[in-house]
Design a protein around this ligand. Structure first.
Ligand code: HEC
Ligand code: HEC
Ligand code: HEC
Ligand code: HEC
Ligand code: HEC
Length: 178
């Protein structure tokens, strides 16, 4: 059976999504912070493949964005829900998926490089933004169409405050600094 066929994707992905859902533990992710807008990652993970082609919802991997401060990066277990079965259809894909299998075999977290961060004296919390209907794309761009994630917003105080004023959110200093 030609495993690359899009029909295969359509039929197996819903099963993988249900099956993999048991692996939703938190990672306690404390990654190294990038200086570049598009840092090189330990595995070349493509959002364009997972979101763009395979239509996996953001929340499947970043499941804490609407309930907590952090959106969070999925642990290896979330990836393995699918990659126990999905080995890759091209040499390039197989090579990158092998790296993932290596981390899984060693029970080691993938040392992802953090793309977005604000200084420690700034309070940023995903939950009120997601609850207020601010979309992921407004702050992160169209990640689903990106290969490697790129930082598109400046993350400066002016950027935060301008949107707060536009949306009627508070621009009181103590909202973001306390
Ligand atoms: C199959 C799992 C998966 C899905 C689905 C997914 N992501 Fe990700 N995402 C990751 C992984 C792994 C990383 C860390 C590696 C990287 O930065 O590319 C990441 C990184 C990110 C980052 C950068 C985090 C940082 O370091 O600052 C953003 C922003 C992001 N994802 C947004 C999204 C959005 C928006 C969607 C839906 C359109 C989405 N992701 C769907 C797995 C996923
Ligand atoms: C819901 C199922 C699912 C989940 C969860 C998932 N993947 Fe994938 N992944 C796929 C499918 C399907 C492909 C495409 C395989 C192909 O066409 O050859 C793929 C392709 C890949 C590839 C090769 C393409 C690329 O992105 O470079 C890598 C590497 C990869 N996945 C890593 C990961 C990592 C790391 C995670 C966890 C953060 C993850 N995957 C989570 C289903 C999944
Ligand atoms: C109002 C702007 C905004 C919105 C909306 C937003 N983010 Fe973020 N995101 C940020 C900022 C700022 C950071 C850096 C946070 C930090 O340093 O603590 C970040 C960090 C992240 C990270 C890195 C891990 C983490 O939790 O810090 C991921 C993954 C992420 N966002 C995904 C998402 C997803 C998925 C959505 C939609 C559900 C989303 N973001 C919505 C601004 C936003
Ligand atoms: C694209 C628009 C947008 C951007 C950019 C944005 N915010 Fe917000 N922010 C909002 C909205 C809308 C709310 C929800 C206000 C409400 O619920 O009344 C909010 C709420 C908050 C809250 C909670 C306020 C409260 O009263 O509990 C904090 C803290 C916050 N934002 C910090 C930040 C920081 C820090 C940044 C920049 C790193 C930022 N925001 C960028 C739109 C934005
Ligand atoms: C909506 C969120 C938000 C509000 C409201 C806000 N700030 Fe900030 N502030 C930030 C962010 C994000 C940074 C870090 C990025 C930067 O330096 O631009 C920052 C940085 C700063 C810095 C450090 C600047 C530097 O150059 O290192 C000072 C001082 C500061 N803010 C004071 C204030 C004061 C005073 C107020 C009220 C008048 C205020 N902020 C309101 C988000 C906010």
């Amino acid at each position: 059976m030609p495993i690359h066929a899009s029909g295969w994707r359509r039929s197996i992905l819903p099963i993988l999504l249900v099956f993999g859902a048991s692996a939703c533990e938190r990672t306690g992710w404390k990654a190294q912070i990038a200086r570049e807008d598009t840092p090189v990652q330990p595995i070349r993970f493509l959002h364009s493949v997972h979101v763009g082609i395979d239509s996996i919802p953001c929340a499947y991997c970043h499941y804490s964005a609407n309930v907590s401060e952090e959106a969070g990066i999925p642990p290896v277990g979330t990836c393995m829900g699918c990659h126990r079965f999905v080995a890759g259809t091209t040499d390039e894909f197989r090579t990158e998926i092998q790296k993932l299998l290596g981390f899984a075999a060693d029970s080691t977290a993938v040392p992802w490089v953090r793309v977005h961060s604000v200084p420690a004296f700034v309070q940023f919390n995903h939950k009120p933004h997601v609850r207020a209907g601010v979309t992921c794309a407004e702050c992160h761009g169209n990640v689903g169409a990106m290969d490697e994630v790129s930082r598109v917003a400046p993350l400066t105080m002016g950027w935060c405050v301008t949107c707060h004023r536009d949306r009627g959110a508070s621009d009181d200093c103590s909202v973001c600094h306390y």
